[in-house]
Design a protein. Structure first.
Length: 221
């Protein structure tokens, strides 16, 4: 196991990000439950309650591991812990003997509001906390990167509208792009669409093999 802890500020609000790695072993679900439980305890030790968790990401060694971890996350981050979510296959990111990284972000704030898709699916549409709106990672399965990007931008716009905020209020963008895509071109295309700097990470895969990009957005309320 390994643990990484990071403290930062966004628009004057304190946040905490913890990453906990776990090996799959002979009982992967149990190992992954421990990783998420430990991540929640790390948040609490840093002064953030479960209701302050606003994002969770899964980093997995392969597709099967990602699916097991996704099921465990639904169990471990339920109720007040439920958060905007995303998941990735990224074997190059894994230290030796680590199959999963549970990546959790918590923010200062009061009441958390969770908005589900209709019908509800594994990730919520967004959560609100402390004057921020945190959208789950948006993806698409259209044939090309450009087509997927256009659909994703439309989904983001719709979610912001439902949340009662606007494109101009976006303050943080994280794009996760498949390694098969020209990353320099992808970064230019994505960056040109948003009103704030874009952070981009290359990954191997997502919840479906057709997906080429996933974008997380955080906006002011």
């Amino acid at each position: 196991m390994f643990i990484m802890r990071n403290w930062s500020m966004l628009a004057g609000t304190r946040s905490f990000n913890v990453l906990v790695g776990a090996a799959g072993g002979t009982d992967a679900p149990a190992d992954f439950r421990y990783a998420f439980e430990r991540a929640v305890k790390e948040c609490e030790a840093a002064g953030f309650a479960g209701s302050n968790i606003v994002r969770s990401r899964i980093w997995a060694r392969d597709s099967a591991t990602r699916q097991i971890a996704s099921n465990v996350r639904l169990e471990m981050l339920a109720g007040a812990r439920r958060a905007a979510s995303a998941s990735f296959i990224a074997s190059e990111r894994m230290p030796p003997s680590i199959d999963l990284i549970a990546d959790i972000v918590a923010f200062d704030g009061g009441e958390k509001i969770i908005r589900e898709y209709e019908p509800a699916i594994a990730p919520p549409m967004f959560v609100k906390l402390g004057g921020f709106v945190f959208l789950s990672g948006n993806t698409d399965v259209s044939a090309t990167f450009d087509e997927q990007l256009e659909v994703i931008l439309s989904k983001i716009s719709r979610s912001l509208e439902v949340a009662g905020t606007a494109w101009a209020k976006i303050v943080k963008v994280d794009a996760y792009v498949a390694q098969s895509i020209d990353l320099a071109s992808a970064w230019s295309e994505i960056s040109a669409r948003f009103p704030c700097p874009v952070a981009m990470t290359s990954v191997e895969g997502y919840s479906a093999p057709e997906k080429l990009v996933e974008i997380e957005v955080t906006a002011l309320q």
